[in-house]
Ligand binder design. Structure first.
Ligand SMILES: Nc1ncnc2c1ncn2[C@@H]1O[C@H](COP(=O)(O)OP(=O)(O)OP(=O)(O)O)[C@@H](O)[C@H]1O
Ligand SMILES: [Mg+2]
Length: 276
């Protein structure tokens, strides 16, 4: 069994008397422990709804989700699911609960009543993991957007999750902030944490090992970045190729013998090979 098993899941938002909206439609997907998945799709395709289903905030209207063998529909295990699946959201300013950074990161562990030494140890290692140790006594309000998101990730890490879901966590950041956050996320994944990065940004999606796209609540694409970018399916999901892949595709169509690139680095590598 995969670490995350999504089995024929549908989710319905009740809107008003007699009116509802099916946001997730008979979705099945498996994610193994340690994977790095980009979850993409147009506005309203169901990404955030799926994220909330994964950490037990919502329960499937039909079907079942198992995380590490535990059903998210099992009321007695809600806390275990929340602990296993941590979420980071879009707006860095909405995620701080304390003014001082170390207090902010300590909030989760304090809330579950861990002993003092354990809290200190968790805060230390979480801040270390996101490269924010030296800022621990500083005020969150003084940080850049990228730093705030790294602190938000530290707050989640302090709960020792096994899956980290980022819901458009870089979309309000400048390019430097995006890069900072993605570097931290890549490092955490290399250390074993399962990552699901929800993004509209195809350059960012290309950093994952697997790209999953939703269209109107259904699974539309699932493959490696190069499979997905060469499939021609992205446009059917209302998504465009990342610039490097688009350029490589244009060059190929003009008769240049180049492999389809997924990132700027792989495009440069391909062009250098040609020039040699
Ligand atoms: N709280 C809610 N009540 C009713 N309908 C909702 C609610 N949240 C989302 N929806 C609807 O469910 C569908 C999926 O929304 P969702 O937010 O999951 O999409 P998304 O892929 O995360 O979009 P975005 O890229 O804009 O964040 C949309 O049609 C949306 O309007
Ligand atoms: Mg969303």
């Amino acid at each position: 069994m995969a670490f995350v098993e999504i089995k024929n899941v549908s989710y319905v938002y009740p809107l008003r008397e007699g009116v509802s909206l099916k946001a997730i439609k008979n979705l099945s997907l498996q994610i193994e422990a340690g994977e790095f998945v980009a979850l993409t799709g147009m506005n309203g395709s169901g990404k955030s709804t799926l994220a909330k289903l994964l950490n037990g905030l919502f329960k499937p209207s039909e079907g079942e989700i198992l995380v590490d063998g535990i059903s998210t529909s099992d009321d007695k295990r809600v806390f275990d699911i929340r602990k296993k699946v941590g979420m980071v959201f879009q707006n860095p300013d909405n995620q701080t609960v304390a003014t001082i950074i170390e207090d902010d990161v300590a909030f989760g562990p304090e809330n579950i009543g861990l002993p003092r030494e354990e809290i200190v140890e968790r805060v230390d290692s979480a801040l270390e993991a996101v490269g924010m140790s030296e800022y621990r006594k500083k005020q969150s309000s003084k940080l850049s957007g990228g730093q705030k998101q790294r602190v938000a990730i530290a707050g989640v890490l302090a709960m020792r999750p096994e899956v980290l879901i980022l819901d458009e966590a870089t979309s309000m950041l400048d390019p430097a902030g995006r890069e900072e956050v993605m570097a931290v996320v890549k490092k955490l994944n290399a250390q074993g944490i399962t990552v699901i990065n929800i993004t509209h940004n195809m350059e960012e999606a290309a950093l994952a090992k697997r790209v999953v796209a939703l269209r109107k609540g259904r699974l539309a694409i699932d493959g490696t970045p190069s499979q997905v970018f060469s499939s021609g399916l992205l446009s059917s999901c209302g998504l465009a190729l990342p610039p490097a892949a688009a350029l490589a595709k244009d060059l190929k169509e003009q008769g240049v013998d180049i492999c389809l690139a997924t990132t700027e680095d792989s495009l440069v590598e391909g062009l250098c090979k040609l020039l040699k």
